[in-house]
Design a protein around this ligand. Structure first.
Ligand SMILES: [Zn+2]
Length: 393
């Protein structure tokens, strides 16, 4: 059901006398103030993908030369926990300005209240003309091969995000990974494909006693159902280009592994839904761009005068002598981004010159982890770093 042109899903409350409750899109419902008229529709707007297109004009003052490029840096350490108590324990936000040291934002956050915090902060920063660099540590996109497997749009990231959120073409829509992964695997198996998601530690919980027809294999298996596929196939299906060409410390886990310690698949599935909410709620009112989806180079006009969202990966930038806690994760990301900006390296680190058009297209669909270097000293001149194709085409 569409509320003011935003997608929501409802179900009966446990005690049906209590009426309906929102199970998806709570944030859109919360925006409706008491007594305010609401537009309700079952079909949605004619061109729903337009809801998350950035419509707001660039309004932020920006230094043309010199540094830093941003006035404020905010990174949230995310959580895929289903219980709100665990979310409140593990979501924390690091916040710094050019002059003020990194501080932990007071309060305990759920994914829902984190989204509200981002909105509030972006609104007041915009009013003050303060340009923010922001991040949340989950993937902002999915491996291109996953979108292709589901038969979804692969030309435009915002349209793909929209299709994932609402479940276009009969594909399961994004929801908590313990339901989403089972439904996607069932959807694939019913069409003659192998399952996609797996979890080493929660297979029976995620499968909910469901097996692949005619086998004793759980629908969300404990081992990678694509593990024996050729490397090139795996590289497209379960890895984004940024994970394939990883040059920071640690090694991000791949998208099809969920529910295990240190995996990012589950929190990305949840994060993408909230991310969609953020884009929809800021589209007309806040100048906000998302790198590298809106353009491969930070110093291009797509980002000028706008706040910028980037995808951080804490383990890639956390100093090795610092113990891993949620707070240190958020803090390390802010520190690394702010340092890069202060040193005048940020625009260079967030740019894709010397990469061929085809690889740029993939990066703009899948995303790229901020500060993972794009260039390599070993790249031959005139050739694409990723696929070695000539750059002259
Ligand atoms: Zn290439």
């Amino acid at each position: 059901m569409w509320i003011n042109d935003q997608p929501t899903t409802w179900e009966w409350a446990k005690n049906s006398a209590d009426g309906l409750k929102v199970i998806q899109g709570q944030v859109f419902w919360n925006l409706v103030e008491s007594g305010q008229p609401v537009q309700v529709s079952l079909d949605g707007p004619d061109d729903p993908a337009r809801l998350i297109m950035p419509g707001a004009a660039a309004t932020l003052r920006q230094r043309k030369t010199g540094r830093p490029l941003f006035d404020r840096y905010i990174v949230a350490d995310y959580s895929g926990a289903s219980s709100e108590i665990l979310q409140r324990r593990s979501i924390c936000i690091a916040d710094a300005t050019a002059k003020r040291p990194i501080a932990r934002v007071a309060g305990k956050f759920t994914r829902e209240s984190l989204l509200a915090f981002f909105l509030r902060t972006l609104r007041s920063a915009t009013d003050q003309g303060c340009r923010c660099l922001l991040g949340c540590d989950h993937q902002y996109g999915v491996p291109l091969g996953f979108a292709e497997l589901l038969g979804l749009e692969t030309q435009d990231w915002r349209t793909l995000l929209h299709q994932l959120v609402i479940g276009a073409n009969g594909v399961p829509s994004l929801e908590h990974p313990k339901f989403y992964c089972r439904k996607v695997n069932q959807w694939l198996v019913a069409r003659g494909h192998l399952p996609y998601f797996y979890t080493a530690t929660k297979a029976s919980q995620y499968s909910d006693k469901q097996y692949i027809d005619g086998t004793e294999c759980l629908i969300v298996p404990a081992t990678d159902p694509r593990g024996d596929r050729p490397e090139a196939e795996r590289n497209r299906l379960v890895r984004r280009l940024t994970e394939q060409f990883w040059a920071l410390s640690g090694q991000p886990k791949f998208f099809n592994r969920v529910g295990d310690n240190g995996t990012v698949g589950g929190q990305s599935i949840l994060g993408l839904e909230k991310f969609y909410g953020l884009l929809a709620l800021t589209a007309d009112s806040i100048p906000l761009a998302v790198w590298p989806f809106d353009g491969p180079d930070l110093d291009s006009s797509a980002y000028e005068g706008r706040h910028v969202l980037v995808e951080p990966y804490p383990s890639g930038v956390r100093p090795t002598d610092v113990m891993q806690t949620d707070w240190d994760d958020a803090k390390s990301c802010v520190q690394a981004l702010r340092n890069a900006d202060f040193n005048g390296q940020l625009a260079g680190l967030l740019s894709f010159r010397s990469v061929c058009g085809e690889c740029i297209r993939r990066v703009r669909m899948e995303g790229w982890i901020a500060l993972n270097p794009v260039r390599s000293l070993n790249s031959p001149a005139g050739a694409c770093r990723f696929c070695s194709n000539s750059l002259n085409f």
